[in-house]
Design a protein around this ligand. Sequence first.
Ligand code: HEC
Ligand code: HEC
Length: 340
Amino acid sequence: MKKILNVIKWSLVALVAALVAGITFTIGWRPFVGPRARPLTARRFAPTSERLARGTYLVEHVTPCMECHSPHKWGEHDAPIESQLLGAGQEIPVKGLPGRVVAPNISPDPETGAANWTDDQLARAIREGIGHDGRALFPLMPYQRYRSMSDEDVASIIVYLRSLPPVRRQQPATQVIFPVRYLMRTVPEPLPAPVPAPDLSTPEKRGAYLVTIGACGECHTPQDDHGQPIRGMEFAGGFVFDGPWGRVASANLTPDPSGIPYYDVALFKEVLRTGYVKARRVNQIMPWHAFGGMTDDDIAAVFTHLTTLKPVVHRVTNDEGVPPTFCRICRQRHGYGDRN
Ligand code: HEC
Ligand code: HEC
């Protein structure tokens, strides 16, 4: 009897040890103990007119915050924001998300918005993925891209947000399903040091910065089943967006023949300013209506960066009459999927 008890005891110890090692070397302990987060500071961003101007430009035309944080008339080609609801938040209407994902009200309303969140709470949410209440944000909020945003740019964005008219609109809370709810706690990472102003001295460098904080790669890189970008397929398109705008796959933006090798800067500018590639309409889920307000120089810089991307072979189309078919490269169903 004692022998049997001993065997049970040691088996249990072994089992627990295996479990501990298993968790340590696979998903880690973050899902159980909560996300990595740094303590908040009391820093305040002085609302200068330079910051207001820079923040307005960034939010309206570069880092398309309001695409997600405002309800849109998705039926229209330029998807205008519902009147008087700038910054009021919306439940993200993309089909197939793991639960209800709500972009919160970030207008400065004291009860339903961000008026009482401190500057550092906002800065930490934007670049490090920790909500004002300390929880890990679902990474559809592109904080992994915004991480590269300079301290001055994030300050400018916050100054702009605080200048908006407050909108009273209570949004429901995000409710992500198990086990994603736990796994997503591994994503946020505190910034170890201040982020200096980026080197914008050449069009290549400026374009790289704009493309990062413009989150182009977020939509133009296909993801695996765990919501992680597929390695080697950066900017190769095929990410499917199904919602009130229709069902479209993002385009391959690389210079490969299956991408956009025929683009020049004039055509690129026309696409962002008009929402048309010659006669072909670009779907409204592509925020051309926001990016189109970038300066000529910034549009040219973004285009320069696109021409330096690694070419990736990946045929994708949304042309009418081309049914979505399974694509073995990105594992989604999109037009020309069967040609890959
Ligand atoms: C692609 C959609 C998307 C874009 C673009 C986006 N957000 Fe978000 N944001 C979200 C979602 C969704 C959440 C909520 C995630 C959750 O609840 O887990 C969120 C959360 C936040 C929060 C946290 C609120 C809190 O509870 O503390 C802030 C602040 C925020 N976003 C600001 C911004 C700003 C500023 C920008 C632009 C620089 C931006 N977001 C761009 C989707 C987006
Ligand atoms: C919210 C997701 C999203 C973001 C962010 C986004 N795109 Fe797109 N983009 C799309 C989708 C989806 C399409 C396909 C639209 C269609 O075919 O109607 C597209 C199409 C395009 C096209 C047209 C390609 C063609 O078919 O000729 C260009 C160019 C483009 N995007 C560039 C960019 C750039 C540059 C950025 C960043 C500054 C960006 N996109 C950010 C989703 C996005």
